[in-house]
Write a protein that binds this ligand. Structure first.
Ligand code: FES
Length: 82
């Protein structure tokens, strides 16, 4: 996978030359902001220790639901998150 960036509470990762994924950084447990660990390729919540994989699926509770995934579309040099 390519690079990644944060735009507010949305994490954006480049997955190929033309594809990106956009994932909410809001933990589904109680709403803290998760951080991405590029070494482990996991999102980690600092509040109660929930962990999510790079696709937003729960690896470790207390969170029960995956992170919200947004649609990321590239048109020319513009990346649109919806
Ligand atoms: S708010 Fe993230 S684990 Fe509780």
């Amino acid at each position: 996978m390519g690079g990644f960036a944060y735009n507010g509470n949305v994490f954006i990762m480049r997955t190929s030359d033309t594809n990106y994924i956009a994932i909410s950084r809001i933990c589904t447990h109680q709403g803290c902001t998760v951080a991405y660990n590029s070494s482990t390729k996991q999102f980690v919540c600092p509040c109660h220790g929930a962990r999510y994989n790079a696709s937003g699926a729960v690896l470790q509770g207390p969170a029960q639901r995956p992170l919200t995934i947004y649609t990321a579309t590239v048109l020319g040099t513009t990346l649109t998150i919806s």
